[in-house]
Design a protein around this ligand. Sequence first.
Ligand SMILES: Cc1cc2nc3c(=O)[nH]c(=O)nc-3n(C[C@H](O)[C@H](O)[C@H](O)COP(=O)(O)OP(=O)(O)OC[C@H]3O[C@@H](n4cnc5c(N)ncnc54)[C@H](O)[C@@H]3O)c2cc1C
Length: 394
Amino acid sequence: LAITIKYFKEQMKMKNKDSIRGQKGLVEKVIEAGLCMNCGACANLCPYIASRSCTEKAVIIHPCDREEGICYAFCPRIPADMTSLRKDLFDPGDLTPELGSVKGFYMTRATDQQVRNRAQHGGTVTTFVSLALEEGLIDTAVLAEGEAGVLPRGAKVSDPSEVGARAKSKLIVTPIVAEFNRIAGSGAEKIGVVTTPCQALAFAKMRQKPFPLKDNHIDKLHLTIGLFCGWAFSWRKLTDLLREKIGEDSITGLDIPPSGYQIMEVRTPAQTLEIPIDDVLTCVREACRYCFDMTAEFSDISVGAGRCPEGWETARSWNQVITRTSRGEELIDLARSRGLLEFREVPEGNLERLKEASLNKKRVAAKNLADKSGDPGDLIYLDGRDPLWSGILK
Ligand SMILES: Cc1cc2nc3c(=O)[nH]c(=O)nc-3n(C[C@H](O)[C@H](O)[C@H](O)COP(=O)(O)OP(=O)(O)OC[C@H]3O[C@@H](n4cnc5c(N)ncnc54)[C@H](O)[C@@H]3O)c2cc1C
């Protein structure tokens, strides 16, 4: 009897969670609850919601009373059946609890030194995007543009020679999905995106097509390149911190070396400065504390910084790459056959360490969500009964 009552209570809880599935639900459960990632999934699909880097969260332009909406359905912080998402998008045999789908794991960098010089790490992402455009796998790419430390914006690029100018990480969330929604509704046919993990999840939810296609141009999405992501900054807080530490000097790059270094590097035209990580952590966006995904699991191919026994000075010019779908595998094979990427053997233990780091992010997110809800069984947008989560949280 106790089990039956518990079951019905759980059902009621999930039902209540899901009772308003339109803009009002989104405002209550995500925007006002501090969970909005500003991915842009709810924007540019109707005129009532906007998303820009400076707003740090979606902005309601006009209230809407619809009981169901795409804004709610596509939001990565609204509960979703992750097991069915994974089954729909990936080969079941490739699925791992820690990293999602893993077909292959590589260490790569661009063979072209000029690409590497402009890139964040090894220039693997720039190489993939340029190649996909050159080969006609996509006709348009959605990237992030803007100087480091300055507010970035989503940009559409169709000329492969212009991809390198958008290289380097903007450590502030850029509403890439909003830009996809904007251009997909007007002209572009085969689109590739470079995304953070939350944005990749939004695209995955769109691919499940909970609404008729006229509202959803997701079939135009032909390639998702995910970036590994520990967290992103609040641009207001980051700008204040950089002004305090660097003054008005222009900033050419930001990077966070592995945790053992306990610093953020800030590059200016004259020098590289280091800011203690404890100061930096005060600028992390609140919403990122509830994110479970470190490696952009819902992508075709995911790319992050390299790790190797020689240390960070060598590793920083390499990337670790996870291929997740056959599309991702085809792209890396093509880059190899064209001689655009250099490969080195993956150092022993790298995959296991990445799994552990990824698992750790999941555990921290689950703990933060349980603290937020006040109930260890209520992980807000994650379903604690999902075998994946119950396994991880044991
Ligand atoms: C917010 C954030 C946090 C990250 N945290 C980690 C981490 O913890 N561990 C780790 O290993 N790697 C992390 N990365 C990824 C890492 O910084 C590099 O992007 C990755 O290693 C690829 O390097 P690359 O030289 O191939 O990229 P590049 O060749 O320089 O290309 C980078 C591409 O990413 C696009 N881009 C840049 N910023 C954004 C953004 N905010 N949103 C969407 N697209 C963007 C650019 O337009 C460009 O096309 C993070 C990236 C971001 C944006």
